[in-house]
Design a binder for this molecule. Sequence first.
Ligand SMILES: *Cc1c(COP(=O)(O)O)cnc(C)c1O
Length: 394
Amino acid sequence: MKPLYLDYHATTPVDPRVLADMLPFFTEQFGNPHSKQHAWGWEARDAVDRARAQVAALINASPSEVVFTSGATESSNLALRGAMDARGGLARRSLGEGGNHVITVATEHKSVLDVCRGFEQQGCAVTVIGVGRDGLIDLEALRAALTPRTRLVSVMAANNEIGTLQPIAAVGAIVRAHGALFHTDAAQAIGKVPIDVRAMSIDLLSLTGHKFYGPKGCGALFVRRMKPKLALTPQVAGGGQENGLRSGTLNVPGIVGLGRAAEICRLEMAEESARLASLRDRLLDGLRARLSDVRVNGSLEHRLPHNLHVSFDGIEGEALLMALGDLAVSTGSACASGSQAVSHVMAAIGATSDHASASIRFGLGRTTAGDEIDFAIDRVATVVSALRKGAVSV
Ligand SMILES: *Cc1c(COP(=O)(O)O)cnc(C)c1O
């Protein structure tokens, strides 16, 4: 029997309703949406337009502001590199004109941090602001970091390890008032908590299908329509698709799936997130009822509803995972798995290496049921108790 999957921050399965919508676009409806001269092209084009509207509706954008990509990694690369490459060129009269300073946060995903490291090597100034023990940025620190040269600020909506929700609306207001561009990596937040690009003053937003029950390898970048136009330098050149921002034939089945996945989240998110939060609380309460010294990492209040990241004092996370063969969970970040070093997120919240290595991330999902949570509580409590007593086999 396969273990119980509680690693929904790493990826999610495709919802069967999403798959059903995608399937015809692999076979009968295989047209290229750029073929303007026949019905195959037209029906593919219609499907892509529908998906664009579905993605836009989830974040209160307009369809023309959605650029399809291969996922959040590509979206963030396009947003950050595209905005910085365009400095002084087409973007002259747009926000953050000519600036060569970028601000980001220590707990960002590698796809943002590594791009920013690249900026530094090109002589651009990068300020990485820290977070508190709760994982939250300090808005005063953000204000203090802004300079007249700041072109871009990138702050993630939700953290993929400890689930912390940053105060995105407040960040957006500060950055907009300053006249810089605001990018947010919303890969984990999308479909779990409401995101409104207008109310939150977001200029650029990255999302990826496989984190909200859509397909892998398909995502989008929201690019706010503004005057003068927010010019991004394309990072993939070619046939000029997606308004020249991202060349290459569109992944029609993937895009259809991304759109349907977005629509399902829009309709079901409120109820589903409440259900997940109550299951998450049941998991924490259950662990605490059976074990002492269970520490929650990051803010409990400003947190994704389906995330629990806890440390069990005195335990090695790796040993715990080995003993917990019937639970598919993760230590630290799945994206950085394989590396033995303390996660940069745990380091940023001030965790010692002992504390960090004693941590486990639970991610709950759409099919997680109450009896599965009870099973997880029992398995974790049994294994942690045994490991603490020094028992060899559990
Ligand atoms: C998963 C994830 C990404 C990357 O998404 P891809 O689909 O791998 O491109 C980026 N940021 C965060 C916060 C993520 O959780």
